[in-house]
Design a protein around this ligand. Structure first.
Ligand code: HEM
Length: 205
């Protein structure tokens, strides 16, 4: 399977190298190749640089495909179980986006859609224990000592289903992410579908 994905990536890299036309930058591979072409002895250079590009693409492919498609499957499931939610979403999308192409600017104008997405991410909790982490130094968290080298698995599931925080975590209720007027999304610290180090991970996503 990995070989198949690498074959796919190799084909993409080959096409990009053939069509390489600086300073044109259409995507991640072009941007990477700009740095690769500098041949500055860094990890972007030479054969090692191309190998690092293959692995980065594999990483993005593996991390980005099933997460997204499974989230969409959950979204469809929740919509099919909650027809009023589905109707509200439909109305908002019809009103703001209509038959046009959605843009980033639409996000601020579609609070219900954002609340729905948050609730899908919370309720589905796709990666309940995220991925393995390791403490890089002795650390103190809430009075507990975590020794350097300890393997850590943060439970996002626990945060997403904490009764004290959410009240009714088992219920699918997008409105919990909206203010009382229903027109503004209220951020919730306990929502962390992309893991606990929210700033850095958001940047990665
Ligand atoms: C709903 C969709 C997604 C969810 C729920 C999700 C969730 C996560 C989580 C929980 C982690 C582990 C973070 C950590 O604990 O350090 C992670 C890492 C990662 N994700 Fe996603 N992800 C999603 C979509 C994507 C997409 C679309 C991409 C790229 C196209 C992507 C690329 C990555 C990468 C590269 C990492 C590793 C980051 C690192 O080096 O630490 N993810 N993701």
């Amino acid at each position: 399977m990995i070989d198949l994905i690498f074959d796919l990536m190799d084909g993409l890299i080959k096409t990009h190298l053939e069509e390489y036309d600086p300073p044109k930058t259409n995507d991640f591979i072009d941007t990477y190749l700009h740095r690769h072409m500098r041949q500055d002895g860094s990890s972007f250079s030479g054969k090692e640089g191309i190998q690092n590009l293959r692995v980065s693409l594999l990483d993005l492919f593996v991390a980005g495909t099933e997460t997204t498609s499974t989230t969409l499957v959950w979204a469809v499931l929740f919509m099919s179980q909650h027809l009023k939610v589905q109707e509200k979403l439909h109305q908002e999308i019809d009103k703001i986006i209509g038959n046009g192409t959605p843009s980033r600017d639409d996000r601020a104008k579609t609070p219900y859609l954002e609340a729905f997405t948050n609730e899908v991410n919370r309720k589905a909790t796709l990666l309940p224990m995220t991925v393995l982490h390791k403490a890089m130094k002795d650390t103190e968290i809430a009075g507990f000592t975590v020794r350097k080298g300890t393997v850590i698995l943060p439970s996002i599931y626990a945060a997403h289903h904490d009764v004290e925080y959410w009240g009714d975590p088992e219920v699918f209720r997008p409105k919990r992410f909206l203010d009382s007027s229903g027109s503004k999304v209220t951020p919730k610290d306990a929502l962390m579908p992309f893991s606990t180090e929210s700033d850095t991970v958001w940047e990665k996503h």
